[in-house]
Ligand binder design. Structure first.
Ligand SMILES: [Zn+2]
Length: 111
């Protein structure tokens, strides 16, 4: 089995597929429940702790360029599905804009 397949299997063993949204929901550990970087999927790979959605994206599409980030287009932080409806490679700036938009939408829902 290739390294790529091994990683995929390891991740998929801890994923629950959401039939409604198509999201692959991570059921393993996360980066915690507080702060800006919270709620993202984590796993150990070799001796490192890594972000699972980044691993999945890289595994499928290759290296992430320095000025780019992976955005959760589906807005589900625990989703690790490396497809455009879920994870997208965006510029840092674009990601910040989207984050701000999502925050505004959330505020509207609260009212
Ligand atoms: Zn998703």
């Amino acid at each position: 089995m290739s390294r790529r397949q091994k990683i995929l299997e390891k991740v998929m063993a801890r994923v629950r597929v959401d039939e409604e949204t198509g999201c692959w929901i991570w059921t393993g550990p996360t980066s915690g429940s507080e702060g800006r970087g919270a709620g993202y999927p984590r796993m150990s790979l070799g001796s490192q702790t890594v972000a699972v959605h980044l691993v999945m994206w890289t595994n499928e599409h290759g290296y992430i360029p320095g000025k780019k980030e992976i955005d959760h287009y589906c807005r589900n932080r625990l989703c690790v599905r490396p497809e455009p409806d879920h994870l997208q490679l965006v510029t840092r700036k674009r990601n910040a804009i989207r984050r701000e938009q999502a925050r505004k939408e959330m505020r509207c829902e609260e009212i």
